[in-house]
Ligand binder design. Structure first.
Ligand code: 5GP
Length: 179
């Protein structure tokens, strides 16, 4: 399936599964090397990172723990607009080595919010692993150590990422063609 239709948009395969897995394998190798002996706690940001998290974790060979968080958007007071709140952190993060596992960093604002929230829980260190990075869109200064793939500034779906709730189930990554 090279072209798919989701609602009003058509998408074409841009990164096949084999290419994704090769880069996930590379990132896992880097984490295994860098964080050995640190018993890292991986925090997977749902929903978008579920496939990346599964494939990444199958390749992590050092002792580690994994948990899942979600970002809930709610309407803040009028002037601030949408605010994202981090929900689901039940672990004690004090003195822990944390690895945030994200699907995509676009402007970086979501990641910045996550770092702020997690930072208040006194972890020892926070590392970032993202499947995708859109470098042209990045607005904030972030130290993203583990990036599986950099992509241009186009809207993508598949491998966990959605368009209006649909498309998360595809094993390849697709880019919009008729935007
Ligand atoms: P940021 O706060 O970095 O601008 O946005 C991050 C979030 O925007 C991601 O977690 C993801 O939910 C969404 N996002 C950004 N770019 C894309 C894209 O190309 N496709 C999809 N499906 N979601 C995206």
């Amino acid at each position: 399936m090279n072209i798919i239709q989701i609602k009003d948009k058509q998408f074409a395969v841009s990164i096949p599964e084999a290419d994704i897995l090769r880069e996930v394998e590379r990132v896992a190798g880097e984490i295994n090397r860098d964080l050995v002996g640190k018993n890292p706690l991986f925090l997977s940001v749902l929903n978008g990172s579920f496939m990346f998290t599964a494939d990444l974790m199958k390749r992590i060979t050092i002792p580690c723990e994994i948990s899942f968080v979600k970002l809930a958007s709610y309407q803040g007071i009028a002037s601030t607009g949408k605010v994202k709140e981090v929900i689901g952190i039940s672990e004690d993060l004090t003195d822990r080595t944390i690895v945030i596992v994200e699907d995509i960093v676009d402007t970086g604002l979501t990641m910045q919010r996550l770092l702020e929230t997690l930072g208040t829980r006194r972890p020892k260190e926070i590392h970032i692993a993202t499947l995708l990075l859109k470098p042209e869109k990045l607005k904030v200064d972030l130290d993203i150590e583990y990036v599986a793939m950099q992509i241009p500034n186009d809207f993508i779906v598949g491998y966990g990422l959605d368009y209006d709730g649909l498309g998360r189930n595809y094993k390849d990554i697709y880019t919009v063609v008729n935007d």
